[in-house]
Design a protein around this ligand. Structure first.
Ligand SMILES: Cc1cc2nc3c(=O)[nH]c(=O)nc-3n(C[C@H](O)[C@H](O)[C@H](O)COP(=O)(O)OP(=O)(O)OC[C@H]3O[C@@H](n4cnc5c(N)ncnc54)[C@H](O)[C@@H]3O)c2cc1C
Length: 487
């Protein structure tokens, strides 16, 4: 049966791929599809008549060719943990989901070279475990590591909590294998150290949010395994003191990988709503910092020794009010659990609008305080605060609704104004409205409103050139008019 109501040939697409995919590769059962139609935050709801789940790069290429022939759009999906509705199909049913989750092989691990080739559907936690098994480590990590996939991490240029030392995916990806919009295959997995054949297709695909090609595998850089680790929790009076503490650590050692700032209210939310969590310090403190320092060696200065020294000097200079170093791996994990549970615990506090923003690192302490005050003054009854990756100049800036509002009305009417206000402040400070989550569908219009003409011209031209039929995740990141059937 042809899907005439939307003028698109989903049935034709399924017919073409039917001879290529195994029965598990074509899912049309509505109940099996349903969990993949909404985003992680439950803010975006899509419709799709099918999920296609290939097992190989050749199968992906066959799907893309069939999609081009039938003009049916594909929404690539990994773990579906996008924070910006990036992997949610459009609500009109005009696309099918292309799930990469069955392509979940670590093809190759080379501990000597420090490289791993992982397929797009490999879950981050599984890659981390595979690297550990050969005494190496994949250093990028984030709260969604149990679900997020390599393809999604590449396609969003994910950051996480170790960016301070290891950078984002852009720095950790040595090469990408991808199927382009015409079904051709780009193979960059040989990971050449030097390659100047013009534009880097690998780098274009990183952070492209599935709009330029389907990532099928990536070569990833591994780091030395951790031999020693120190996890510490410190209390500071202000974000500015937090930054002074970070600078002190940076002056002392390159072992610091994570430096996360959180206000007292984020800690309180976790303690109230996440069972089994305990405050690392006694007493009330307005701001908290979680620090992790690691070493890949057993000799030389131990991270604990370095952290102790810096915290002692910071205490003597009244940069910190109190601090503790985890006495065991389990206690360190308990500190991290607090940090990783902030988003989940805040859901219990009622409606809120989240902003994943960055400004220059040195400007962040002042920005956090001033932006919160400005927001609360402009939108009466709201409460604004930021937490996150202070060392990267990236915080998650959340604005909570006034008590007693109707959530649906507030999200529809007030939240967009609040986001525009926050994004104007960020843009005025020379920052970015998306530090690590991407643009997806949530921020597409804001990007078009605030980005420079040069950036928008380039984004649109690249999308138009590499996906002229607009079949790869249309409507995400940058809008192009869809190609009409027969074009
Ligand atoms: C609790 C939690 C914590 C998080 N913390 C962080 C954090 O600290 N830092 C951070 O950067 N992000 C964070 N995120 C966001 C999210 O985990 C990342 O964006 C992650 O990279 C998404 O991976 P995924 O496999 O779930 O991708 P999906 O959500 O399935 O897709 C994300 C985007 O990539 C595209 N895509 C997916 N796979 C492919 C592919 N193979 N080829 C082409 N395009 C593809 C999708 O179309 C979509 O646009 C967090 C999310 C959650 C839920």
């Amino acid at each position: 049966m042809r899907n005439t109501s939307i003028g698109l040939d989903v049935a034709g697409l399924l017919e073409r791929v039917g001879g290529v995919l195994d029965p598990r590769g074509i899912i049309t059962d509505a109940e099996a599809i349903a969990p993949w139609l909404d985003d992680w935050r439950g803010r975006w709801h899509g419709a799709a008549a099918a999920i296609l789940a290939p097992r190989s790069t050749d199968e992906v290429a066959a799907i893309v060719k069939a999609a081009a022939a039938t003009r049916v759009a594909l929404v690539p999906q990994g773990g579906n943990t996008s924070m910006v509705g990036g992997a949610t199909p459009p609500p009109d049913g005009s696309a099918v989901i292309l799930s990469l989750r069955r392509m979940n092989r670590v093809r190759h691990l080379d501990p000597e070279a420090g490289l791993a080739v992982a397929e797009a559907g490999v879950i981050l936690a599984d890659l981390q475990a595979a690297a550990e098994a050969v005494d190496r480590r994949f250093p990028l990590t984030l709260g969604a590591r149990g679900s997020a996939t390599i393809g999604g991490l590449v396609s969003t240029n994910a950051g996480g909590t170790q960016v301070l030392r290891w950078g984002t995916m852009r720095g950790l990806v040595a090469g990408v294998e991808a199927v382009m919009a015409d079904g051709s295959i780009h193979d960059g997995t040989t990971a050449l150290k030097k390659d100047n054949r013009g534009y880097s297709l690998d780098q274009l695909l990183i952070g492209a949010e599935g709009t330029l090609g389907i990532v099928t595998a990536a070569t990833l850089r591994l780091a030395p395994a951790i031999r020693q680790r120190a996890v510490a929790w410190a209390a500071v009076a202000t974000p500015a003191d937090g930054l002074r503490l970070l600078r002190r650590f940076e002056g002392e050692s390159d072992m610091v990988e994570s430096f996360e700032l959180l206000p007292a209210e984020s800690l309180a939310a976790v303690l109230a709503h996440i069972p089994g969590t305990r405050a690392p310090l006694t007493g009330a403190h307005p701001w908290h910092v979680l620090i992790e320092a690691v070493s890949g060696r057993l000799d030389g200065t131990a991270p604990t020794e370095m952290v102790e020294g810096v915290l002692a000097s910071a205490a003597a200079d009244e940069i910190i009010a109190d601090a503790t170093i985890a006495a065991s791996e389990a206690q360190g994990a308990a500190f991290w659990r607090i940090r990783d549970s902030i988003s989940e615990s805040e859901r219990a506090l009622g409606p809120a609008v989240q902003h994943d923003i960055s400004v220059p690192v040195s400007a962040m302490p002042t920005f956090m305080i001033d932006a919160a005050k400005a927001c609360e003054a402009r939108f009466r009854g709201t409460h604004a605060s930021g937490f996150g990756h202070l060392g990267d100049g990236n915080v998650h800036f959340h604005v909570r609704a006034p008590a007693g509002v109707d959530p649906a009305r507030w999200y529809a009417e007030d939240a967009p104004d609040i986001s525009r206000f926050v994004h104007d402040l960020v843009t005025g400070a020379g920052g970015s409205i998306s530090a690590e989550h991407g643009i997806g569908q949530m921020k597409r219009e804001e990007l078009a409103r605030l980005a420079s003409p040069a950036r928008m011209m380039a984004l649109r031209a690249i999308k138009q050139a590499l996906d002229p039929l607009n079949i790869l995740n249309p409507g995400k990141l940058v809008a192009l008019a869809p190609a009409r059937p027969g074009q």
